[in-house]
Design a protein. Structure first.
Length: 164
């Protein structure tokens, strides 16, 4: 549930920045930093699309995966947890590159971009915790599965509540 909530916050931030970049919103509200400088720089586009739109896509995918991981049909699937970790990992790398550009190339900071970077880092940490939790409980040391190794449906959910 934590990953879904953080992803939903990211959706709203990325949507706000995307709407600005495509001209639907005329001015960014930015109390700290220089959001317009960052979002009007030549680095605000990646492969012809606004960087914020890429972020929006990533957050939507993460939200959908997190919600899917909460469904009974996918609750035992480690694939959903690994997919979230993969998307979050790539997003952390991309966000790190963008933060580098803000600090050392553009010489301006966008508070919305920093907030997004923190969100994606938290999502990555939660996904990593989920992978570790499912990895430790998924296969007993002797390689056999028994009733004791099956997840308890009444047990409390892990930190990110994705997957098993």
């Amino acid at each position: 549930m934590v990953i879904a909530l953080l992803s939903l916050v990211g959706v709203f931030i990325a949507l706000y920045l995307t709407l600005y970049k495509v001209g639907i919103i005329g001015e960014l509200t930015c109390t700290v930093g220089s959001c317009e400088t960052v979002n009007t720089s030549r680095y605000a586009l990646f492969v012809g699309l606004p960087v914020a739109a890429w972020g929006l896509g990533a957050y939507v995918v993460l939200f959908a995966l997190a919600i899917a991981g909460l469904q009974p049909a996918y609750s035992a699937s480690r694939g959903v947890t690994w997919a979230i970790l993969g998307v979050a990992g790539w997003s952390v790398l991309f966000s790190g590159w963008l933060t580098y550009l803000e600090l050392f190339v553009i010489h301006a900071i966008c508070m919305w971009c920093v907030t997004s970077a923190v969100l994606i880092a938290l999502i990555f940490v939660a996904a990593l915790a989920d992978v570790r939790a499912t990895g430790a409980a998924a296969i007993p040391p002797d390689g056999t599965a028994d009733a004791a190794s099956e997840p308890d449906a009444t047990a409390p959910q892990r930190f990110g509540a994705v997957g098993r």
